[in-house]
Design a protein around this ligand. Structure first.
Ligand SMILES: *[C@@H]1O[C@H](CO)[C@@H](O)[C@H](O)[C@H]1NC(C)=O
Ligand SMILES: *[C@@H]1O[C@H](CO)[C@@H](O)[C@H](O)[C@H]1NC(C)=O
Length: 378
């Protein structure tokens, strides 16, 4: 689709709310779940703990530094915080740009100022240099030293096409190569539900080489490219294709290098992917309700909200009882579902944007909640 037709279609939908409902039905009708109930093991949630943020919200992704300290997380006002375990408090670690204005941004949770405040989404440390790499939705691919401070911009476009929604990254710890996604070249972060509902397919998986400082496009045409994770020996990389509720595997080495295939089909929309020490993958899942709800609020028509919510859940309609409340799944190296993490209001509150396993603890991020949470795994 050309830019102009996407923009036209977008505004047509903005005006025709009923058509919007229709699009949800069309775009969601292919979803299905194939798993039998008794095949799926659920995480027994123990020691659910919340690390409450003091200002701003939405700790979307998490990272641990080269000394194993953290977690670090990026929040709604553009800042990156580090959890200081000794003092049991969050401390400011970095900001995404020197143009960020503290008086406007600190503590902010407003979509309108995100483009000047920044919104760090993907985080990962290079474990050799101790630098933190950041996928910021507005400022692109960034890097800040292990001492924190103001991040440096490494890339904000490729082949003259600017990044519109830089979303997630992972790092090959042997070579320092950085793999990252731009979800769409048309839609901004707060419009991501629209990009999904429209079937936008301008998402890209890219690689940044820290030596040549060049960006290479590995895959394009993705329907809302989201989380990424390298395999344990870096022979392939996974990328979440949120708009098609699936995960793609792109081979980096071996006979299939430079080819891709479907790795897993999922019952819900996948968000961030994080590999654990055993080489398995935790995939955060969203049923779209929070984001769809906010898109509807942006229409200023809250009367249809309940209807829309019930429609989306009916359409994504997971028949398998044990997957109904899934907020994340653990996938094996062949894409098989090994375990499900369920959410409810008291234990593992929704929505969940990331689950990261670190030394026996599952750390849980959320794009809207005011805390990072954790549960003991196994
Ligand atoms: C519960 O989890 C917190 C956070 O990970 C940890 O600091 C604490 O030691 C855990 N408590 C128990 C009893 O394991
Ligand atoms: C990487 O690991 C997979 C198994 O997970 C194996 O089949 C493959 O040969 C390995 N590749 C390299 C280059 O070691």
């Amino acid at each position: 689709m050309k830019t102009s037709s996407v923009v036209e279609a977008y505004y047509a939908i903005l005006m025709l709310h009923s058509l919007f409902l229709y699009f949800i039905i069309i775009s969601s009708s292919h979803l299905s779940v194939t798993l039998a109930d008794d095949e799926i093991k659920s995480v027994v949630v123990k020691n659910y703990t919340r690390l409450q943020l003091m200002s701003a919200v939405g700790p979307e992704s998490l990272a641990f530094d080269c000394n194993g300290e953290g977690p670090y997380t990026g929040v709604s006002d553009g800042r990156i915080f580090k959890w200081d375990e000794a003092n049991h408090a969050w401390v400011e670690f970095a900001i995404p740009s020197k143009s960020r204005r503290r008086e406007w941004c600190d503590g902010s949770n407003r979509a309108e100022t995100e483009n000047i405040c920044g919104r760090p989404l993907g985080l990962q440390f290079n474990k050799r240099t101790c630098d933190l790499y950041i996928a910021d939705a507005y400022f692109g691919l960034l890097k800040v030293s292990g001492n924190g401070g103001v991040a440096t911009q490494l890339a904000s476009s490729v082949a003259n096409v600017p990044f519109m929604l830089t979303n997630a990254l992972d790092i090959d710890q042997d070579t320092g190569l950085v793999y990252f996604t731009d979800s769409s070249i048309f839609f901004r972060r707060w419009e991501i539900a629209m990009a999904v509902l429209f079937g936008d397919k301008s998402g890209r998986l890219m690689r940044y080489d820290p030596i040549s400082q060049q960006v290479t496009v590995l895959l394009d045409g993705l329907r809302v490219a989201n989380g990424v994770a390298l395999s344990k020996n870096n022979s392939y990389i996974l990328v979440a294709e949120t708009g098609r509720t699936r995960i793609i595997r792109y081979w980096l080495q071996g006979p299939n290098a430079k080819t891709s295939e479907v790795f897993a089909k999922l019952p819900y929309f996948p968000d961030n992917i994080k590999r654990n020490a055993r080489g398995e993958f935790w995939v955060a899942l969203s049923n779209g309700q929070g984001r769809v709800q906010r898109s509807v609020e942006a229409f200023g028509d809250s009367s249809s909200e309940i209807d829309l919510r019930s429609r989306t859940s009916a359409l994504l309609g997971v028949s398998t009882p044990s997957m109904k409340d899934a907020v994340a799944i653990r996938l094996g190296e062949d894409g098989e579902i090994l375990e499900v993490l369920n959410g409810d209001d008291k234990m593992v509150q929704k929505p969940v944007s990331e689950v990261q396993e670190n030394k026996g603890t599952l750390w849980i991020g959320s794009v809207v909640l005011p805390f990072v949470s954790s549960v003991d795994s196994v």
